[in-house]
Write a new protein. Structure first.
Ligand code: AP5
Length: 183
């Protein structure tokens, strides 16, 4: 069993950016529920049609949908040697479902990317994804504070949390992440 990592942080913190680099460096799959859901939307699947308006409003897609998606993905052969989760779990029920599906050691290190809110808004407003409108970003940030941020304490208590300063050039942040993972 290789490394089982989670990228935790608010919208725009750089979870996707750093998860992709970690996955490439370690040769493990990058599992992003946001990417998987956007792929369903693009392909016009039943799941995608159900998720599209929820995502555009910045709300959370129902837990049963994302939990089933992730459980299926981490059971695939390439994930036997580890994975980098990005955007999942996003609330307590999802964290519990992950432990139920993959065991209490499903997350070995939860990397929390710490970025102040002003910087997040500037990054997202400059990107132009369908859920990067001002209203959707505000909603995503508030759902993050209410439902996702409490997971920081959960992984801290479990001794799995690593805080990384997410401000600065992407290469510099990646160097900090790499250093953290080597400790
Ligand atoms: P998701 O795709 O997970 O979006 P998010 O959490 O809002 O995060 P973002 O992708 O906006 O940001 P990120 O932290 O990954 O940063 P990124 O690297 O992209 O989810 C989207 C939606 O899907 C949710 O709102 C929900 O509806 C649904 N969903 C997904 N998972 C779900 C779940 N588990 N349960 C229920 N619903 C779920 O970077 C952001 C920008 O900043 C980019 O332009 C990037 O180039 C730039 N950037 C990155 N790093 C830096 C840096 N160091 N300096 C400057 N710019 C940077």
């Amino acid at each position: 069993m290789g490394r089982r990592l989670l990228l935790l942080g608010p919208p725009g913190a750089g979870k996707g950016t750093q998860a992709e680099r970690i996955a490439r460096a370690l040769g493990i799959p990058h599992i992003s529920t946001g990417v998987m859901l956007r792929d369903h939307v693009e392909r016009g699947t039943e799941l995608g049609n159900e998720a599209q308006s929820i995502m555009e409003a910045g709300d959370l897609v129902p837990d049963d949908i994302v939990v089933a998606m992730v459980a299926e993905r981490i059971a695939e052969e390439d994930a036997a040697c580890g994975y980098v989760l990005d955007g999942f779990p996003r609330n307590a029920p999802q964290a519990e479902a992950l432990s139920a599906a993959a065991g209490d050691d499903a997350i070995e290190v939860a990397i929390y990317l710490d970025v102040p809110e002003d910087e997040l808004v500037a990054r997202l407003m400059g990107r132009g994804r369908a859920d990067d409108t001002e209203q959707a970003v505000r909603n995503r940030l508030s759902i993050y504070q209410e439902q996702t941020a409490p997971l920081i304490d959960r992984y801290d208590t479990a001794g799995a949390l690593a805080r990384v300063d997410g401000v600065g050039a992407m290469d510099d942040v990646f160097a900090r992440v790499t250093l953290t993972l080597s400790q």
